[in-house]
Ligand binder design. Structure first.
Ligand code: FPP
Length: 259
């Protein structure tokens, strides 16, 4: 058995996990790259560089666990406020990841997707995104989704614009607009909602990430900075998720006092 084979039920049990209680979709706010570097007297970009190693480890672990989707917040629409040098290096890392990771994406059979305002990125990065998405479109493994130049408020605003335009053109009646209509106009159309949101570096914020989609997601915050977040930390999150009591606004029939 190679290191990357999916976990068997026996292996999952040994890890304190159970297939039926794993989340289908996990979304991660990868925070603390800068602080990790600064604490070591290194330039911030070293934190981002090391963060890419965490990305590789967690993608592979999520895929071995058999998750349906992993969404990573790689660059927010607010991140453009960072110093030009950090932006250049972040974009360079992103492009390098897209190019270098293609072989790995194919080997693991991942379906690669990007959400966010792709048109606002450097044309060379847009090209690499398209190439990786097209190449992996027929794969049947986990969906690896990167949120790049992504902002949830922008996404919702854009969806409203397109829905209103449909109404003005007579293609849609206002009273026919449902929650599904809105979901279908987001960049995540067709994707399952996240079941679990992980944020690293002890921050308790959602930072304009998938605001519509995480309405009922469980939140899990790690004290670790993203560059030090590894497979065992991810599995700890899965074990904690297993204990959560998700009620979606209703009552859990298994709980005492639910009658
Ligand atoms: C937050 O740390 C992290 C980011 C803004 C970028 C995340 C990017 C990576 C992990 C590397 C590139 C990703 C891919 C997929 C190639 P921060 O800089 O805000 O940390 P701080 O809050 O400690 O300053």
């Amino acid at each position: 058995m190679s290191k990357e084979d999916p976990y068997s039920d026996t292996q999952l049990t040994a890890l304190g996990l159970e297939r039926a209680t794993l989340p289908g979709h996990v979304a991660i706010i990868m925070d603390g790259n800068g602080r990790w570097a600064q604490n070591r007297g290194l330039p911030r970009i070293e934190g981002h560089r090391r963060g890419v190693t965490s990305v590789r480890c967690i993608v592979e672990e999520a895929s071995r666990l058999g998750l349906k989707q992993l969404t990573l917040y790689a660059f927010s629409s607010e991140n453009w406020k960072r110093p030009p040098r950090e932006l250049t290096l972040l974009m360079h890392l992103l492009r390098q990841y897209l190019v270098e990771e293609r072989r790995e994406i194919q080997r693991q059979g991942l379906r690669f997707r990007v959400i966010g305002t792709i048109s606002g990125l450097d044309p060379m990065i847009q090209e690499e995104i398209k190439k990786t998405e097209t190449m992996s479109a027929e794969n049947d493994g986990m969906t690896l989704c990167l949120a790049v130049n992504y902002g949830a408020r922008q996404e919702i605003t854009e969806a409203v614009r397109r829905i209103v335009s449909g109404v003005l053109q007579g293609q849609l009646q206002p009273e026919a607009i449902t929650e599904q209509t809105i979901a279908d106009h987001l960049t995540t159309a067709g994707m399952p909602d996240p079941d679990l949101v992980i944020r690293t570096a002890s921050e308790f914020r959602v930072s304009n990430f998938l605001l519509w989609q995480i309405s009922y997601a469980e939140l899990w915050v790690s004290e670790k900075y993203w560059p030090e977040f590894r497979e065992e930390d991810f599995r700890t999150a899965m074990r904690d998720y297993r204990k959560r009591d998700r009620r979606f606004g209703g009552l859990n029939p298994g709980n005492p006092g639910t009658k």
